[in-house]
Design a protein around this ligand. Structure first.
Ligand code: CO
Length: 181
């Protein structure tokens, strides 16, 4: 059977839906499966910049679902619940030094360093509706936290402001520090 994918439009940072609290997915039905397939394709074709995660609110659906595809970490995560996070003193120091610049497809070309929990354990449903429990660490934990934020109406720039971190714009040739207004 031929599977058809529809490329979904990624909403802009100013879109109100990005500030809503997403509703849980009641059932992983055909409609959800279609949305997942569309989101996978939408994420796959992003090239400027490339994306590593995409949450349903970013394509205009305020439901608790996101996908991640980064260096072998390929997940569909539905209705995630945070079981625990680890932010040990020692780790925070280490992470702080290695803080990876974070960005978002809803605010392309802007990046900033954010300190997040070093590891996170969540329960969730996968794309087949099976219950899972999984722990993610380091950069993977950062991605998962970024995407869970999307389901709670939180954007990475909120952390930038809170942590008084710099924000940079990458023009394709150079990095320019910008101010968040
Ligand atoms: Co994002």
């Amino acid at each position: 059977m031929v599977q058809l994918h529809m490329i979904r439009k990624i909403v802009d940072v100013k879109s109100p839906i990005l500030r809503e609290k997403a509703k849980p997915v009641e059932k992983v039905d055909k409609k959800i499966t279609q949305l997942i397939n569309d989101m996978k394709e939408t994420l796959r074709i992003q090239s400027d910049p490339e994306g590593i995660g995409l949450a349903a609110p970013q394509v205009g659906k305020s439901i608790q679902l996101f996908i991640v595809n980064y260096e072998g970490l390929e997940r569909v995560i539905i209705n995630p619940k945070i079981i625990s996070t680890i932010r040990s003193k020692k780790t925070v120091k280490k992470t702080h030094k290695k803080r990876v610049l974070e960005g978002c497809l809803s605010l392309p070309h802007y990046y900033g360093p954010i300190t997040r929990a070093h590891s996170i354990t969540i329960s969730y449903l996968d794309e087949n509706g099976n219950k899972k429990k999984e722990t993610f660490s380091e950069f993977q934990a950062q991605i998962i936290q970024h995407e869970i934020d999307h389901l709670n109406g939180v954007l990475f720039i909120d952390h930038i402001l809170e942590q008084k971190s710099p924000l940079y714009k990458f023009t394709g040739e150079e990095w320019e520090e910008v101010e968040l207004i």
